[in-house]
Design a protein around this ligand. Structure first.
Ligand code: G
Ligand code: G
Length: 254
């Protein structure tokens, strides 16, 4: 209770911030986008990672309000970058609960209308915890409406308990994100390597893009490329960066 109150206060007081982690093409080296990741800039505790407070929000109204804030803030950032000559796709995490909330579509449409210089195709929604989707038909209908606006979807944490084959088959997503737990250990665990390979092949069969997260070394990149995964995200490229640091990172990466 008390912690929820603090989080409510944090949202009202503008204490949340977004960091941005680059996504790059292994082939060209091009920066293809950035994932927005929330942190709590706590007046006493400093920068609090999402794992320390998001679980408290799970299934509450406040979770929807935070998810909405994240979409608005990431779009405002994309819009500012666009005006500064840095035009790229921005991905945000969306909980299954918010995706299914009655206000989701109108919130999203309004957010896009506030930033007409950002092409809707430049907004990607990474759907989390798809196992929480009770009504698949409803989820599909909402996602299709959003796709008519131009927005793209990715299935996050693909391969873990939260995201399985049924979701891949039914949900209209453009991209699969291979969960970082498989990627991290694939160099010394044959099972994980097999899973990574299998997900890449599944993506090909289903004509989806595939991106690997948790890419920590050059060697990970080389193996992924050989397996047919060309898009990567991870500490080996860059850690999540403060918004102010992002444009200069992009300049030095080129
Ligand atoms: O940045 P970090 O690795 O600490 O994030 C941990 C997890 O928190 C991520 O894997 C993601 O699932 C979740 N997360 C990060 N940012 C957001 C956000 O803005 N909204 C939601 N709903 N989840 C997020
Ligand atoms: O599942 P999702 O895409 O939301 O996960 C992103 C989270 O993973 C972020 O919180 C980010 O800080 C973390 N992360 C990103 N790249 C790496 C990596 O290379 N290694 C590890 N251990 N964590 C990473």
């Amino acid at each position: 209770r008390k912690e929820l109150e603090q989080l409510r206060h944090a949202l009202a007081n503008d204490e949340f911030v977004l960091y941005y982690q680059p996504k790059v093409s292994l082939d060209s080296g091009d920066i293809i986008g950035a994932e927005a990741l929330i942190r709590w800039c706590h007046p006493e505790r400093g920068l609090v990672p999402p794992g320390a407070f998001l679980p408290l929000l799970h299934g509450t109204e406040l979770e929807n309000a935070v998810d909405e804030w994240v979409i608005n803030t990431a779009l405002a950032q994309a819009s500012a970058w666009h005006d500064a000559g840095l035009s790229m796709r921005v991905s945000v995490n969306v909980s299954a609960g918010y995706l299914l909330a009655p206000t989701f579509y109108s919130d999203l449409a309004r957010a896009l209308q506030c930033h007409t210089n950002v092409p809707p195709e430049h907004l990607e929604l990474e759907v989390l915890e798809t196992a929480a989707i009770a009504d698949m038909g409803q989820a599909v209908a909402i996602m299709q409406r959003c796709r008519k606006l131009g927005v793209r979807f990715a299935l996050d944490d693909f391969g873990t308990g939260y995201s399985s084959l049924t979701y891949l088959r039914k949900l209209p997503v453009d991209t699969l994100k291979i969960d970082q737990s498989f990627v991290r250990d694939m160099l010394n665990d044959a099972d994980d390597l097999g899973i990574v390979e299998g997900v890449i092949q599944l993506a090909t069969v289903f004509e989806r893009q595939v991106i690997a997260e948790g890419v920590e070394t050059l060697q990970h990149g080389a193996v992924l490329r050989r397996l047919g995964c060309h898009l990567v995200q991870g500490y080996g490229i860059a850690r999540p960066l403060a918004a102010e640091a992002f444009p200069s990172w992009c300049r030095q990466w080129q």
